[in-house]
Design a protein around this ligand. Structure first.
Ligand code: PGA
Length: 253
């Protein structure tokens, strides 16, 4: 039985005040929904504040990205060791916005995945196709290539201690959620691909759905057998919406 995860991805949003409001609320929601792992991934500059507010609670947290280096002359980066020192559990790697705007290749994402794991963080690997690739029927091909880069560098066993987030790029921030059927088919395809390397790892890994997942669409998405929760952007910035999504995951746990 896979424990569902509902994880917020705040992206480039937040103020000290909004972080306080959100984390205070989500600490309570996480405590009330123990059948689900509840987490927020915050801009690095707020992680220390999240640490103070979430201390001793069930709310977990992480970074939205991580560098491949642990220290040194890499101006502007945040190392996995630094993020870990602030009590983080997770590091998102390979978000499509990083792949697109920062030109991160599959190989670069694999290096980040490895660095996160080596420093005690659980990587949350984002994969997914563009609208054009979707239209061409290339969804699984794209996802498999993104997974293969990790398997080549880290081995299939690395997915014992990682989370996958399937995020069709055409659904991110657009209001176009993939239907539960589309999402379930892709999640099943991802799991089957991993099964061809190691069935036990494939059965155990949690695969989240992300892309305009909201309070309305979450219940049906989370009812699908290969969808183990969600990576939530916009709706994780609103207390009632994120709370409703967590409750939907609890109902399916
Ligand atoms: P969205 O973003 O929920 O705002 O579509 C999801 C994500 O990019 O992780």
């Amino acid at each position: 039985m896979r424990k569902p995860v509902v994880m917020g991805n705040w992206k480039l949003n937040g103020t000290k005040d909004s972080v306080k409001e959100l984390v205070t609320a989500f600490v309570k929601v996480a405590g009330d929904n123990k059948k689900v792992d509840v987490a927020v991934c915050a801009p690095a500059i707020f992680i220390g504040q999240v640490e103070s507010l979430a201390q001793g609670s069930d709310l977990k947290y992480g970074s939205e990205d991580v560098d491949v280096h642990t220290k040194g002359a890499f101006t502007g980066e945040n190392s996995p060791a630094m993020i870990k020192e602030f009590g983080a559990t997770y590091a998102i790697v390979g978000h499509s916005e990083r792949r697109q705007y920062h030109k991160e290749s599959n190989e670069c994402v694999a290096e980040k995945f490895k660095a996160a794991q080596e420093n005690g963080l659980i990587p949350v690997l984002c994969i997914g196709e563009s609208e054009a690739e979707y239209d061409e029927g290339k969804t699984l091909e794209v996802c498999q290539a993104e997974l293969k880069a990790i398997i080549d560098l880290c081995g299939i066993e690395a997915f014992k201690n990682a989370i996958i987030a399937y995020e069709p790029i055409w659904a991110i921030g657009t209001g176009k959620t993939a239907t539960p059927e589309i999402a379930q088919n892709v999640h099943e395809g991802i799991r089957n691909y991993l099964k061809s390397f190691n069935a036990e790892v494939a059965d155990g890994v949690r695969i989240l759905y992300g892309g305009s997942c909201n309070a309305k669409t979450a219940p049906e998405l989370f009812a699908q057998k290969d969808i183990d929760g969600g990576l939530i952007g916009g709706a994780s910035l609103k207390v009632p919406d994120f709370t409703a999504i967590i409750e939907a995951a609890t109902a399916n746990a």
